[in-house]
Design a protein around this ligand. Structure first.
Ligand SMILES: [Zn+2]
Length: 285
């Protein structure tokens, strides 16, 4: 009996490819939905949400689709399309509502709230390399989702907040802000390849990482950038340092995470670290 159990364990270990810790699932706008998309003994299916390819990883004996839900999604019924060797099928899921709080921020540099015509030209030009970086899709089989926090700091602003700069409504907060002194190292949360680096009007010094199959991360407002486009990084490698370049009120890392070209809540990828980062706010007014 004991021997049999061991045999079974060995067998299931051989069949299982451990994708590592998964992000937390949260079926709301800005969240992530995880759906079983077929048996792992079949070749990996192609999965689409709103005509965009979706990350598919092997988890135990199944293919699992990790679907990023855009912040402007209305609550209701949605579907993914699953295409495999047998044809295509649909799977439905439900998105619930989430009320994100409002945040009022005072920016001293007025041009960061109401850019002049030259600034607007630059903002428009910035969209080209940023858009190109965010359209990256690589067919990597092993996509590491077991992230570590990119900065050892304190949480200063959550994803999804409805933002007002100098009382003027602007886009909701697209990432997670971690505050740390300027010069604090920013680390790769998982193995990845550097897509591009740049200096942009709002984002300041920026790095984009490709983790595979549309899982992309972005690092904004850096002082120094210490990596180059095309460079492979391992989890924990230093990408650069925390800074206050672009539209900021002080030094911090603004961290974005994208799935299927959709900004999702980065906190879902570091859920177990969030209480530690949040607790550091208690020392602050
Ligand atoms: Zn931010």
């Amino acid at each position: 009996m004991f021997k049999k159990t061991i045999m079974f364990c060995l067998l299931s270990a051989a069949l299982t490819v451990w994708a590592g810790k998964l992000p937390e699932q949260l079926p709301v706008p800005g969240g992530i939905v995880e759906l079983a998309a077929g048996d792992a003994s079949d070749p990996a299916p192609k999965v689409f949400f709103q005509d965009r390819r979706v990350l598919v990883i092997q988890q135990d004996q199944q293919w699992l689709a990790l679907v990023g839900i855009p912040l402007n999604t209305r609550p209701g019924e949605y579907q993914i399309d699953i295409v495999n060797s047998r044809g295509s099928s649909r799977m439905r899921f439900t998105i619930a509502d989430k009320e994100y709080p409002a945040q009022y921020i005072t920016i001293k540099n007025k041009r960061m709230v109401n850019p002049n015509p030259d600034d607007l030209k630059r903002i428009k030009a910035d969209r080209i390399p940023i858009g190109k970086a965010l359209r990256t899709w690589t067919e990597r089989q092993q996509v590491a989702t077991d992230f570590i926090p990119p900065v050892d700091g304190r949480l200063s602003s959550l994803f999804g907040l409805k933002r007002f700069f100098n009382n003027q409504p602007r886009n909701p907060h697209s990432g997670l802000d971690i505050t740390a002194p300027a010069g604090t190292p920013i680390k790769a949360p998982a193995d990845a390849v550097v897509i591009d680096t740049g200096n942009y009007y709002y984002n300041g010094n920026t790095v984009f990482l490709d983790h595979g199959q549309g899982l992309i991360t972005g690092y904004f407002h850096m002082t120094e950038i210490k990596v180059k486009a095309g460079q492979k990084v391992r989890q924990g490698d230093i990408l650069g340092t925390v800074g206050e370049t672009g539209r900021v009120t002080g030094p911090h890392l603004h961290w974005n995470v994208y799935l299927n070209r959709t900004k999702v809540d980065p906190a879902l990828f570091i859920a177990e670290y969030m209480p530690i980062l949040a607790a550091r706010n208690k020392d602050r007014p």
